[in-house]
Every structure is written in structure tokens, then in C-alpha cells.
Design a protein around this ligand. Structure first.
Ligand code: NAG
Length: 249
């Protein structure tokens, strides 16, 4: 199962770093945030989670580190961790549910799972998520650690214990979100900006919001090629968003 990913793994190390116009994530222990009602334990192993749906490309590059001290220091890279991402499409609709007038039962856009490599990293091809009333633009992430080989089940069963794991939400820099929501297929920046002051995270804990905001660079053709992705889309080249999840376990 890992074999088909090996060519991708080799390329990822050489990621080009362009100028960084958006704010960088801070170095702290990663705060947990609620799972919410839309997690599905599908374990669909794939890098591209878009199902071809419209939206500005987002290359989500995550590194998982464990054994961190409370300040977020002394971490070790964690290979073989199961990482789920899930978020809405450009309309702000989750797949797999009948939600806000859209019956997306049985659909799985913007949902995927990967297993971290030796360097603790994985990269998803997704889109900048849309939004729904009362919430900042966000992506959900769950990390589950590998069970020791001796305890693994039969072939076909991924060796991970259900179900909770480390769960949080990641955010994009606000300036980036606003610029993207001003144009198709999002077309909703005014409503978004007037709505997000109700967001529970912004209201509750601005420091936590800052700690969970990813660093973002513009994607380039060279970066896409080096990381095994087809570059560009009708919605532009898109962005690379990076984040290091620093866990205590
Ligand atoms: C949603 O679609 C599924 C399959 O397409 C169908 O079985 C289900 O009844 C629909 N649900 C609603 C609430 O319309």
C-alpha cells in the first residue's frame, strides 16, 4: 500500500520555498480543538482529496512530531501516524452528510487519510475550504499513532486503534482567505467578513487561533513538480500551507 507513494516521498524533500507573504505559524505545542459533527472514519488513503471539485488549489503539508515538552520543544518526528483531513468544499458544504440543503450522503470530497513518512511528513492536494455561518475558514485534522507491529491485525486492516486520536482545526491567514473569497468560485468575502466575528475560536482564544494558523506560500510549478503534483488549475496555481503538529504523546 505504501509502495505507490514512494515516488512521491522522494520528491517532497526538495520543496522550493518562495517568498512568504502570509504570517507564519508560531512554535508551541499544538492546541487541540473539537472534532465537530462531520468526522467520518473512512481511511481513504489518497493525496488528492478534491474529487475534481472547484476551488483554489491548496497543498497542505503537515509534519507530525511527538514527545514534545509543554512549550512545544524537544519533539521527535513521528513516522507511521495516520492523519485524516476533512473540510468543506468551496460552497462550505461537507461531504458525507445532508447538510444545509445539500444531500451529499455517500460523497467524500475534501476527505482523505495519509500515513506519515520517516520524516513525519505528508502532503495533501486539496482546495481552500469554503465557509459556513459562524465559523472562520478552517480545516479539521486528526492524528492517530501507530500500534506496535505485534498488535497489528490482518492484512487489509490498517493498524490503528479507533477512534479519537489527537484532533484539532487549522486556519489560513485571514488576508489570504479574504483575497480568495473575493473571487469565483467562492464569491462571498463581504458576508464572510461580516459573519466571522461570531466565531467561537476568535471570540474565545485569539492566541489559540494564531497558534493554529498555518504558514502559506504561493505554489509554483517547480514546487508542484518536485512534490509530484500537477500544477495549476482554472482557479490559479494555488498555495502551499505548512504546519507542524507538535504533540505531547
Ligand atoms: C440523500 O441521497 C441518498 C443517496 O443518493 C438517499 O439515499 C437519501 O435518501 C437522500 N437523503 C435525503 C435526506 O434526501
Amino acid at each position: 500500500m505504501r509502495g505507490s507513494w514512494s515516488l512521491l516521498a522522494a520528491a517532497a524533500a526538495a520543496a522550493a520555498v518562495a517568498a512568504a507573504p502570509f504570517t507564519a505559524a508560531t512554535k508551541t505545542l499544538t492546541p487541540t480543538q473539537m472534532e465537530g459533527p462531520f468526522f467520518l472514519d473512512l481511511r481513504t488513503l489518497r493525496r488528492d482529496v478534491t474529487n475534481g471539485r472547484p476551488g483554489v488549489p491548496l497543498y497542505l503539508q503537515l509534519r507530525v512530531e511527538g514527545g514534545c515538552k509543554p512549550g512545544g520543544y524537544g519533539c521527535k518526528r513521528l513516522p507511521d501516524a495516520l492523519v485524516d483531513v476533512w473540510h468543506t468544499d468551496s460552497r462550505g458544504i461537507y461531504s458525507g452528510f445532508s447538510d444545509r440543503g445539500v444531500n451529499a450522503t455517500g460523497r467524500d470530497w475534501m476527505r482523505g487519510t495519509q500515513v506519515t513518512r520517516k520524516d513525519g511528513m505528508i502532503t495533501f492536494r486539496t482546495i481552500v475550504p469554503g465557509w459556513y455561518p459562524g465559523r472562520l475558514a478552517h480545516l479539521h485534522v486528526k492524528v492517530r499513532l501507530a500500534v506496535p507491529p505485534a498488535n497489528r491485525g490482518h492484512v487489509g486492516c490498517l493498524p490503528y486503534r479507533p477512534p479519537m486520536g489527537f484532533t484539532t482545526q487549522l486556519y489560513l491567514p485571514d488576508a489570504l482567505v479574504r483575497s480568495i473569497y473575493a473571487v469565483p468560485p467562492y464569491n462571498s468575502v463581504d458576508t464572510y467578513v461580516s459573519d466571522i466575528d461570531q466565531d467561537v475560536v476568535l471570540e474565545g482564544d485569539a492566541a489559540e487561533y494564531a497558534a493554529l494558523t498555518m504558514a502559506v506560500w504561493p505554489a509554483t510549478a517547480a514546487w508542484c513538480t518536485a512534490n509530484g503534483f500537477t500544477s495549476g488549475s482554472p482557479w490559479g496555481m494555488g498555495h502551499v500551507a505548512t504546519y507542524t503538529l507538535r504533540l505531547q504523546s
